[in-house]
Design a protein around this ligand. Structure first.
Ligand code: SF4
Length: 239
């Protein structure tokens, strides 16, 4: 279905407001190579970027190539990443990815969405992070939990499925903005439009945000504790 001119104008305003609010927003994961970003992104599932950066500081000093990960005893790798949580699955994904990189791509990370999503444990979100941030290729828009939530509140999508949300965003946001838009939305979701307490009164997008799904006053949890608690629980229940 064609996107209305009004919807595109609204999306353009969101892009502009985000650019002004967060001109320097970038990926919060530390990395020096595409492989390091791939590994850090796998580790970031259900884990804070701060924790991932702590873990990768030592990890990247010991594991420098895809072969290092591919040949490491799995238990050793698990031990190194344990504090990021879900370490059995993450270690398997990292090792599986690196073995495929060695077999098919000479140990390098391919610069191609179709190839990346064939790697074990890699979906569109991780592939978009790697392509956009390591290679500056606007393959799509990163849709994590922050981008999903903020996009719905801003009226850029009504979808819940990340692939459908990404589709809605790609139809509304100009391609040259996709990479920065993802970084800025994540930044905004973490610092202002938080899941339980969106800080609408101090939000740089307040004037243009329809606040869909946020309570009528959009007070961002700044009122009495009793009300706040109830609203917080209601919102948690919805998401
Ligand atoms: S006005 Fe409120 S709901 Fe809208 S983006 Fe800002 S914090 Fe989020």
């Amino acid at each position: 279905m064609a996107i209305s001119a009004k919807a595109k104008r609204h999306a353009a305003k969101v892009v502009e407001h985000l650019r002004r609010a967060y001109p320097e927003a970038k990926c919060a994961l530390d990395f020096r190579t595409p492989l390091e970003l791939l590994v850090a992104t796998i580790l970031s599932a259900q884990c804070t970027d701060v924790r991932v950066n702590l873990v990768t500081k030592d990890l990247f000093a010991k594991y420098r190539t895809a072969a290092d990960y591919a040949r490491a005893p799995l238990e050793r790798l698990e031990e190194a990443i344990q504090s990021t949580g879900f370490y059995h699955n993450k270690a398997k994904s990292i090792q599986g990815c690196c073995r495929t990189l060695l077999e098919k791509y000479d140990g390098r990370v391919p610069q191609d969405m179709d190839a990346l999503v064939q790697l074990p444990g890699i979906g569109r979100k991780t592939a978009n992070v790697v392509l956009g941030t390591a290679f500056s290729i606007p393959s799509g828009i990163v849709v994590d939990t922050h981008v999903a939530r903020v996009s719905r509140r801003l009226g850029l999508t009504s979808q819940k499925d990340p692939v459908k949300i990404e589709q809605d965003l790609m139809e509304r946001i100009p391609k040259q903005e996709w990479i920065d838009f993802g970084h800025r939305m994540i930044h905004h979701g973490r610092r202002v439009c938080a899941a339980r307490k969106p800080n609408c009164p101090e939000c740089p997008l307040n004037a243009i945000c329809p606040k869909i799904g946020v309570d009528a006053q959009g007070d961002g949890g700044k009122r009495g504790q009793g009300d706040k608690g109830k609203r917080g629980r209601r919102e948690l229940g919805r998401r």
